[in-house]
Design a protein around this ligand. Structure first.
Ligand SMILES: Nc1ncnc2c1ncn2[C@@H]1O[C@H](COP(=O)(O)OP(=O)(O)OP(=O)(O)O)[C@@H](O)[C@H]1O
Length: 191
């Protein structure tokens, strides 16, 4: 069964004493994608964190969208753990252990399974975070500048993964500073 659309109504966000945005309303249908654009500090990351349930909105409501898979600026990976053990830990919590091998292959981190996370490059860390999101099986992917630090081949893998996710009825909301390979996304401009 497809997830309910993500419906956001009259959302406002305050950080410190600054009102970042207010009166924000939008809807993302199953299979659709929304990119968040705007200058540094306009609130794109804050909006993603609100959608992920990590930050409380000052006002407004959020309905539907199914389970969330969130990738912030840095994937939380324990330095001493191997990547394989770390991703398996998260996949177990997310209920996605059976999906993990395919998810790791999808972003080309299967060959890094035995590497301690502290040895991963920033692009490899990002790909690992994407593997976690893919393995989670979440309907709504919330991605903060997901191609930052990715090489061309990895960006293409991400584009394929996002297309496959949408073809299966999933949704993508991504903060971007340029093209990340999403086909025909809707755009929300902040700031
Ligand atoms: N914990 C916090 N407390 C107070 N203000 C914060 C906090 N976190 C972020 N901010 C402020 O909120 C504003 C929006 O930050 P946010 O990271 O959401 O913007 P952004 O649009 O994602 O920026 P960028 O393009 O640089 O990633 C910034 O001015 C930032 O300094």
């Amino acid at each position: 069964m497809p997830p309910d659309p993500l419906t956001v109504t009259d959302l406002a966000c305050r950080r410190g004493d600054r009102l970042l945005f207010s009166g924000l309303s939008f809807r993302v249908e199953p299979g659709a994608a929304l990119t968040l654009e705007g200058p540094n500090g306009s609130g794109k990351s804050s909006l993603l964190r609100i959608l992920a349930g990590l930050l409380a909105p000052a006002e407004g409501t959020i309905d539907g969208g199914g389970a969330r898979g969130y990738l912030g600026h840095d994937a939380a990976l324990k330095p001493a753990m191997t990547l394989g053990a770390e991703l398996a830990h998260w996949a177990r919590l997310d209920g996605g252990l059976a999906r993990l091998p395919a998810a790791m292959a999808a972003v080309n981190v299967a060959g890094l399974a035995d590497v301690p996370c502290r040895h991963l490059s920033s692009g490899q860390r990002r790909r690992a975070g994407l593997a976690r999101v893919i393995a989670s099986g979440a309907a709504l992917w919330l991605l903060d500048e997901p191609t930052a630090g990715l090489d061309t081949a990895s960006s293409a893998l991400l584009a394929d993964a996002m297309a496959g996710h949408r073809a299966a009825g999933g949704m993508v909301v991504a903060a971007v500073h340029g093209d990340i390979g999403l086909a025909a996304p809707a755009t929300l401009r902040l700031g």
